[in-house]
Design a protein around this ligand. Sequence first.
Ligand code: HAS
Ligand code: CU
Length: 538
Amino acid sequence: MIDTTTKRLALFNFWIAFGSFALASVFGMYQVLERSGLLKFIQSPAVYFASVSTHGVLMAFVLTTFFIMGFGYYTATTSLKTPIWNPVLAWAGYAVSLTGVVLAAIPLLLGKASVLYTFYPPIQANVLFYIGATLLVVGSWFWTVIMIVMFNQWKKAHPGETVPLPMFATTTNAYLWAWTSVGVALESVFQLLPWSLGLVDTIDVGLARTLFAWTLHPIVYFWLIPAYIALYTYVPIAAGGKLFSDKLARVAFLLILVFGLPIGFHHLYMDPQQSNIAKFGHMVGTFAVALPTLLTGFTVIASLEMAGRKRGGKGLFGWIGALPWQNPMVLAAILSLLMLVLGGFGGMVNASYAMNAMVHNTAWVPGHFHLIFAGTVVTMYLAVAYHLWPKLCGKQLFSNDLALTQLWTWFVGMAIMTTPWHVLGLLGMPRRISSVQYNSLLTLAWEPYELLMIIGGLVLLGSAGLFVYILFKTQTEGVVDASITEEAAIVADAPVSSWLNNFIPWNLLILGLMMLSYGWPILQFFVLKTYNPTAWGY
Ligand code: HAS
Ligand code: CU
């Protein structure tokens, strides 16, 4: 049985995650309406930017971090078959992160932190926002430590054995997060906090953007890995088959860890501070990091095909129809992979320097990340919730049909909303605008797409509401079912090499790659005359 502490920790973390998700969906709806310019009385740039900032912070940082912590605690206890190491620390981390969210929410909602989720200077937020964001990250480090300790304790107690895949992947994510968060932590402690406290008059925005880029790319893989854990460990079983290859899965997670980190400058292609050589290096790495996703697509689809054929599917594509589409986990996987095709394609366009010049800072970019994050990743979070809620509450899922409807509407809504954004980006619409101040043939061409985006937003809001309703009903009114079992044990199908069961060599490799990719790009701000005023003699 899953012990009560784990259940509580998971549910408490998940409710913050999904509560934020529902709230952020309401803000999202307001934004598409405001942006369309159809309803004059809600037109307000001040409210719009406060809303987008809150929406972005809730979706990108609160939903993800709390979901990942809750899922991590669940995965660690169920796959290692041990209770959480140091639950006091786990609750302390929860409290620190939650305090951070509350502190950041105050200026966000008051319009005093309308700095968007990337909080790039020189736009400045109230100091409470930076303190809150820092605490959210500090609280998550408690989780990181717990995951790494549990991984090592298990290995010590089981010499020569292979750590189960779900925990191996969770620990990969813990290391990834440890490395990822350093960039923004440095920016926060040495630049944003002193600046917003008035201790320094000015900060170097180029350095701030460089440090943020350190975090901005790998953080998207921190969000993605739990979705991949579900794709690798839950989906094959839910489809009635087994994982095609445990080893390939481990290789994919390690490649994400190593290649995901040193490539953040694809967010800075159009910024002047970094050299072409540094940008080129990061670009090569960006193409390399598509590899583990292609591996994932291959392994998961192969697992689905094996399951479909086992269920009697024949011919080249007959296995697709034979899959249990009525299982929320399987349906979510199919929809999620479909969105990954186009979202990943958009990523490849962004990553190509010349094409980036065309789409950078246009509506294309939110199109890309809504499709791949809110689409591919969040769809798997939703499926994980449907999978875990019965186990955490000991009750049957309130309604399987409603869960399927919810997943379909999330997919359809996301398709309706993000397709126009991609087109609008190509038609030149900037991202991060509240309204268009000029009328011309160009903006006339935008109008039909703006309407579509409202329809998409409405469908998504309804879908998010339905999701929270299903979870709430399951927890409060679901049929108590003692037969609901805990997670099936997932063990490696064959012993794996110690390279795939150990993080030391990979961390050393990352250290080398990070020094290579960020060493000089950061150091130059302190050494070169261009950036360092003291070098000019004042
Ligand atoms: Fe991205 C901007 C490049 C993946 C999130 N990205 C963003 C931003 C966010 C974000 C939030 O190079 C905006 C940041 C901001 O606010 O400024 N991204 C990439 C690349 C990938 C990628 C190369 N992004 C993600 C993921 C995210 C995410 C994952 C969230 C979770 N992204 C960029 C770049 C920018 C950027 C630039 C900066 C743009 C700018 O100028 O500002 C890759 O990891 C993608 C690899 C994926 C593939 C797809 C393979 C397809 C598979 C599916 C197979 C399925 C089949 C169908 C065949 C190559 C594996 C099966 C069907 C059945 C029925 C079973
Ligand atoms: Cu990126």
